[in-house]
Ligand binder design. Structure first.
Ligand code: G6P
Length: 611
């Protein structure tokens, strides 16, 4: 949800900023802009992708300098226009040459705008960010850091900002509250970005700014203080991932790369967490809360999008393995429902990025009401990771494709381990845990086998790719997989797809089925299998074309389906980990066949840091 990158150092800033924007483009790509200081401020902005900005830059003279800021936008306030693209400046006539890039939302911007208009400020965009840049300008009296601090004291909402000023050509000021921001510390240079992917090419030393903090960066030093100017110390740490992890390698798209990474990423999720000697699950991050978890009366898992679907699987696992009453909920609904949460409740925020605004707010709400708040998060040091009482990291590596894939399977595996961990402290026998762990350990190899069928899935998908309406059906633990399959297809192919419990179809959606409509059944062998077969018959007798995800060796299903995507046999609780793989591949191939931009689907953003 908007990517920001800024540089101050001794090198030319432009290539570093453009490279950073490309790395961060998954966060938003409606429009982009860049601002450089070099004997005055030069700005270039463009509607569209970073490559459009890049082309436009070639036509602008004098864009150079060793200090600059750049932004890729996902529109919230104001349409997708060049005037609304960042950087925004303070008053063009009476200002100080201040330029701001911003990720987040200034909630009280209309009150501030009115105040500034009364003082004579003229605005040129519809954005909340321009209001902030004018406010900084209004409060500027020769010290940019102080002006930023003063402005942020007046602001409510969320922000990660980087600010330049013509009158202070050797200073870059950055600040954050709510939205992510990281400062990379190089040799005589700093690279600031929304996440480390734009930093690792230059340095592996970095620090994250706490909320309500401002950092003043000059070429050789930095100072961090709160917005009330109380100095704070920050810990510079080593970034944990390598550049290779965020490179495409031989793949055409990040989504495909990440789908194929799943055997490896899931091994990473399990690494060090299975004690083969004792046959137990080791989750260091939550060890001190083991007793509270074992005594919990209720578990609520919250998330959005794919993370919600993983939470739905998590609910089955928690109830089945830990035998604790469990629920899943949209974080956005949970937080506003006046939820009943007390000391016996454990709320688990499930999030790849650890920055999703609604999920974060739900976690904070739960904490405030006395719940134990856990995070099941991928990005190390992200806001949810920091705000939760404890948690389990996914460790699946950076996920760049907007459509989440390896994070989904990582979330399910982490929740499986958590359920087993709690279950063993309640009712589960050692024998059961030992055999479950054995099944879990075999999952990566089984996923590998499914990946090898990618070409066959592509061929089958091609037959249906022109169809505009699809249904995805599943029961029990495969119902969330059906939802996830439908979500993947719609978000990257723009095909209308609905996921639902297979039994629910006859209560209305069956009316949609006409001749040749693709209906995807997640029909692996488990306790619900016979019932799913009955639902398949209902679809066939109305002319629908059945595409089944089924268990290897199930020959019967061939006789009732147009297409079958086989997956290896797995115990019921873990079936989503393999049954989702053909659906990820189906969505991927459908999008490619339809000529869509797989990694940057329209209107979407990887990390939604606004409500
Ligand atoms: C966005 C992304 C989805 C993701 C959801 C939750 O909508 O496009 O792919 O599932 O946010 O993100 P999170 O980072 O909290 O898992």
């Amino acid at each position: 949800m908007c990517g920001i990158v800024a540089y101050i150092g001794r090198k030319q800033a432009m290539p570093i900023l453009l490279e950073g924007l490309k790395r961060l483009e998954y966060r938003g790509y409606d429009s982009a802009g860049i601002g450089l200081l070099n004997d005055g401020l030069k700005i270039c902005r463009a509607v569209g992708r970073v490559r459009v900005l890049e082309e436009k830059i070639r036509t602008v003279e004098g864009l150079a300098g060793t200090i600059g800021i750049a932004h890729t936008r996902w529109a919230t306030h104001g349409g997708v226009t060049e005037a609304n693209a960042h950087p925004h400046q303070d008053d063009l006539e009476s200002g100080h040459g201040i330029a701001v890039i911003h990720n987040g939302i200034i909630e009280n911007y209309s009150v501030l705008k009115k105040y500034l208009e009364e003082k004579g400020h003229k605005f040129h965009s519809e954005t909340d960010t321009e209001v902030l840049s004018h406010l900084i300008g209004e409060l500027y009296h020769g010290d940019l850091e102080k002006a930023v601090q003063a402005a942020l004291r007046e602001v409510t909402g969320a922000y990660a900002i980087a600010v330049l000023c013509v009158e202070e050509p050797d200073t870059l000021v950055v600040a954050r509250k709510g939205s992510p921001l990281m400062v990379g510390v190089g040799n005589g240079e700093y690279i600031v970005a929304s996440d480390s992917s734009a930093i690792v090419a230059h340095t592996t030393q970095a620090f994250t700014l706490p909320d309500f903090t401002v950092a003043k960066l000059t070429r050789d030093a930095f100072r961090t203080a709160t917005i009330d100017d109380v100095p704070i110390t920050t810990e510079v740490r080593e970034l944990e991932f390598e550049l290779a992890e965020i490179d495409l390698g031989p793949y055409d798209h990040y989504m495909l790369k990440e789908i194929f990474e799943q055997p490896r990423s899931l091994r990473m999720t399990m690494q060090g967490r299975i004690d083969a000697r004792t046959g137990s699950i080791v989750l260091g991050g939550i060890a001190e809360h083991a007793r509270t978890l074992a005594n919990a009366k209720r578990i609520v898992m919250v998330g959005q999008g794919t993370a919600l679907h993983a939470s739905m699987v998590g609910r089955y696992l928690m109830e089945d393995l830990a035998k604790i009453a469990s629920e899943h909920d949209f974080a956005s609904e949970f937080r506003y429902r006046n939820p009943i949460v007390d000391f016996g409740t454990c709320v688990i925020a499930v999030s790849q990025s650890g920055e999703t605004a609604d999920t974060l707010a739900a976690l904070q709400e739960a904490k405030q009401r006395g719940a134990l708040a856990l995070g099941v998060v991928n990005v190390v040091g992200s806001t949810i990771a920091r705000e939760s009482d404890a948690g389990v990291y996914l460790r699946v590596g950076p996920e760049i494709g907007v459509a989440s894939t390896k994070a989904f399977t990582g979330q399910i595996l982490a929740l499986s381990m958590l359920s087993l961990y709690i279950g063993r402290r309640r009712y589960l026998s050692q024998d059961y845990v030992t055999s479950f762990i054995k099944e879990m350990s075999g999952i990566p190899d089984k996923i590998q086998r499914v990946l090898e069928t990618s070409d066959a899935i592509c061929k089958a998908t091609a037959k249906y790719v022109e169809r505009e309406n699809w249904l995805f059906l599943g029961r029990g633990v495969n119902y969330p997989v059906a939802l996830e399959g439908a979500l993947k297809l719609k978000e990257i192919s723009y095909i209308h797809a609905e996921g639902m419990p297979a039994a629910e179809m006859k209560h209305g959606p069956i009316a949609l089925i006409d001749k040749g409509m693709p209906v995807v059944f997640v029909a692996t062998r488990n306790s619900q299998y016979e019932k799913v077969l009955a639902n398949i018959s209902e679809v066939r007798s109305r002319g629908g074309h059945v595409i089944a995800v089924a268990t290897e060796g199930d020959d019967h299903i061939r006789t009732v389906s147009e297409e079958v995507f086989y997956v290896p046999d797995v115990i019921e609780q873990l079936q989503p980990l393999v049954s989702v793989i053909p659906l990820q591949l189906l969505a991927y191939h459908a999008a490619v066949l339809r000529g869509k931009d797989v990694d940057k689907p329209r209107n979407l953003a990887k990390s939604v840091t606004v409500e």
